[in-house]
Ligand binder design. Sequence first.
Ligand code: ZN
Length: 201
Amino acid sequence: MIYSSLLSDLAWIEHGFGTRDDAPLQQNLASLKQIHSAVVWMAEQPGCVGEGDALVTAHPGVPVSIRTADCYPILLADERKRAVAAVHAGWRGTAAGIVGQTIQQMQARFGTEARDLWVAIGPGIGLCCYEVGVEVARQFGLKEAGRIDLAEINHQQLVQMGVLETHIEVLGGCTKCDVQRFHSFRRDQERAGRMISFIRL
Ligand SMILES: [Zn+2]
């Protein structure tokens, strides 16, 4: 597992970003059937909650989790209202503003304020490797096919929502480049495994 130093400083949560060889036990986790959307669910207990790409809970002991292989795992913790979220952000979810949707749902449900959030953006496919066609590129303001940095775009969306720069950690590491540590859909295609990331109160 890989750990965020920012989130590790919060004594009231546990978290981790899974790697090829190290994943939490999935039966204990709340999870989703991921569909590359901006749909956010609340988790009350372990198990599959529904179809969507972000999972929020305020229940102590219920880990919320997502699975990735190139898409970005993003973990959020509200220090004041004591709620946590796990987000799956590929290009579709990012274009649909999934981190903003997650924060809005936390605001509506728990009264979360963005300045109380701590956020870690885990490893995903890097700018070095993430070439996209013109249709995808246009979603992110480019005029033609090129490379996009999904970590940075999500970082910007978090800041626009009011999350403090000093409360955001981008862990880095490219899932496609780093064969030793990460699964990558672009590299391994249908054979690619998935990495499990989680956070819990
Ligand atoms: Zn790379």
